[in-house]
Design a protein around this ligand. Structure first.
Ligand SMILES: Cc1cc2nc3c(=O)[nH]c(=O)nc-3n(C[C@H](O)[C@H](O)[C@H](O)COP(=O)(O)OP(=O)(O)OC[C@H]3O[C@@H](n4cnc5c(N)ncnc54)[C@H](O)[C@@H]3O)c2cc1C
Length: 401
């Protein structure tokens, strides 16, 4: 059984190792001159390689994930990497890193395993097209045409295209009659339409951020929120971006609500302004909020001049200001592109894939793994977990005769 794995990223590497371990003759085609380029960028260079608490419900198609996770879930993944030499370091919310805290450790042990198992990798081999003739796959690269009994497409999505995964896998899949669901960047910074962003640029606060649609909160996060020249960023926003881009894609109007004040209620804030009745309004905000936010807040509440005494500020405007401190809303108009996204939402339609084996229902002997499929999750080690799980399972079933 000759298997060709296209793409030596997270899922392709596991697919090749698993196929070999299950007795197949397997080779990898990788367009880059090295394996696992994207892995090196993960987890801020630390590689959040799994989440020990990951369940199917963390993903967009839990039912599709289930049979794969039942066969090779986070526990088996941790054991697999332990066998390769990776000692797990479990942090908050189940996020798991190599104890060395180096993403390169993951790539190094996988490279060593490829060598140990004698798995051939053809580098700088960009797969341009795929053909099926007489039950054989013809894989045309920029260098030569390879022939295999089975093919595993592990080309990734579109996020961080400079790593090699630039969305060409969708075209390969489409050429073999597979449908692609709408795709958009996920785990990405959001662009806002707000007049005072320049003044707020660089402000980082611990706050709650919520996605608001039709005045309903759809996603809540608490943590770092960063204002930038173009919009808003930080771990809270990356998590929210998945749903935000889905709604923007549907042309819906959405807002990010930031509550910059925590631990104080409306009445506490009224009390504060009462106590500082004689102070200029901008001075009454010092010590409460980041200095760079004071003028934007006052402008938004239509309070000027900024040095007006609190007691002279129109009551309605003061109430608006207090309201803003607890509920400041920003219109979302887009997101940064795939270059700055961590994941692609959408991809190859899962209806056409057998969830037990990851084999195509359209072509026998064709398998898909990782992000090229319409599977994604939020930050936290879930996306790599899917890459490992799906790679391992596709490799296992592809090696069966
Ligand atoms: C900055 C960043 C940080 C991230 N951090 C984390 C994290 O900490 N935890 C987590 O769980 N997830 C993280 N992710 C997401 C995770 O890295 C991906 O979901 C995962 O790598 C997807 O694996 P994959 O095998 O599907 O694709 P990839 O890892 O993208 O691999 C695809 C491979 O296929 C090759 N290829 C593509 N097309 C061809 C072709 N035509 N011919 C030959 N080769 C081809 C590419 O060069 C690449 O090597 C992060 C992503 C980014 C961008």
């Amino acid at each position: 059984m000759k298997i060709c794995v296209i793409g030596a990223g997270a899922s392709g590497l596991l697919a090749a190792i698993s196929a070999k371990e299950h007795g197949a003759d397997v080779f990898l085609l990788e367009r880059n001159s090295k394996i696992g380029r994207k892995i090196l960028a993960t987890g801020n260079g630390r590689c959040n390689y799994t989440n020990v608490d990951a369940t199917c419900d963390h993903y967009n198609h839990p039912q599709f994930i289930k049979p794969v996770f039942e066969q090779f879930g986070p526990d088996k993944t941790v054991k697999f990497f332990e066998r390769l030499g990776i000692e797990p370091k479990i942090e908050d919310e189940g996020k798991t890193y190599p104890l060395s805290e180096q993403a390169s450790s993951i790539v190094d042990v996988l490279a060593y395993e490829l060598e140990r198992l004698n798995i051939k990798v053809f580098y700088e081999s960009y797969v341009e097209s795929l053909d099926i003739k007489n039950h054989k796959y013809y894989i045309k690269t920029n260098n030569q045409t390879y022939v295999a009994d089975k093919v595993i497409i592990a080309t990734g999505g579109k996020a961080l295209p400079k790593s090699g995964s630039d969305g060409n896998g969708y075209i390969l899949a489409q050429s073999l009659n597979h449908d692609i669901t709408p795709i958009y960047p996920s785990l990405v910074k959001l662009k806002l339409d707000y007049p005072y962003l320049k003044q707020m640029d660089g402000v980082k606060i611990k706050a709650s951020a919520e996605l608001i649609h039709n005045n309903v909160s759809l996603h809540y996060e608490f943590g770092d929120v960063l204002f930038t020249k173009y919009g808003i960023s930080g771990p809270t926003i990356l998590q929210i971006s998945r749903k935000a881009n889905e709604l923007l894609f549907q042309k819906e109007e959405i807002y990010i609500k930031v509550s910059i004040i925590k631990n104080l209620e409306f009445k506490d804030l009224i009390e504060r302004f009462k106590n500082f009745n004689d102070r200029p309004i901008e001075m009454a905000l010092i010590g409460l909020v980041h200095k760079k936010l004071i003028h934007p807040l006052l402008k938004e509440a239509n309070i000027h001049p900024f040095h007006e005494q609190v007691k002279k500020v129109d009551h309605k405007k003061l109430m608006k200001l207090i309201h803003l401190l607890l509920d400041w809303r920003f219109l979302v108009v887009g997101s940064k592109d795939y270059d700055e996204a961590q994941v692609t939402a959408g991809g190859i339609k899962t209806d056409d894939i057998d969830p037990m084996t990851l084999e195509s229902k359209i072509h026998k002997g064709l398998y898909f793994t990782g992000e090229v499929l319409d599977i994604d999750a939020l930050c936290g080690g879930y996306n790599l977990q899917w890459a490992w799980s799906s790679g391992y399972i596709a490799g296992k079933y592809a090696s069966k005769t």
